[in-house]
Design a protein. Sequence first.
Length: 280
Amino acid sequence: MGIYHRPGKLKDALAVLATTGAQPVAGCTDVFASTGAQELPGDVLDVTAIDELRGITKTGLGWRIGATTTWRDVVCTKLPPAFCMLQQAAREIGGLQVQNAGTVAGNLCNASPAADGMPPLLALNAQVELASEQGIRIIDLADFVSGPRATVRRDNELLSAVLVPDASVLGCSRFLKLGARKHLVISIAMVAVRLDVQDEIIRDVAVAIGACGPVAIRASKLERALVGTRVDQADQLVSVAHLEDALSPISDVRGEAGYRSVAALELVQRGIVDVLEAYR
């Protein structure tokens, strides 16, 4: 049986990681479910007592989402319209009990291809802050998750915050998810759409798709096609060809690969229409 650590300061947590290689945990809504045993193996580092890791704050460069910020915190915080997709995703993550315990950092570090938090944060051009006793390392979220259940976090690092730059907090957004039922379900496909419209012209676009490949990914080909487009022509540009760089689905018990591709296309079209409605 390992040692359970629950420090109250970030510096103490980093010291634990440097000396023990303990497994960081917070809400444990994913960790315990995937363990398949009565106890977690090895040392455990519980970071939920570190107040400096929780909360959403405005900074001089953008927005900072602390690692142990819960999904309920995300729902209840007053944020710009560009964050609507993240708040909508937060309402889809499990039931209220899971939303009260599950954390933003935990969702990212679990690195599930169907992690609901990934597409909205990708569409916000989010970065992750990785802290260690050697200092701070900041990398793009798109580079942080390297594959299914895999990240580039080092054993001595703690994901301390998610950073959203001011330049990405533009326009309105929408999150859409398809599952086998309405609530408490793992996604078959999901999308996050953010559009900034000025004078009936789309000036900035971000479209991210999840559960349709090893990792969630931006639909860069579609984004390039939509920039500069008039709003009354936008939904007509969405096609399978525009999404081919963002789709590599598998077939599993939740859905066939072909069905996932069709579903993703439909969700993207609906998301764009929904966001444009906010401008009318």
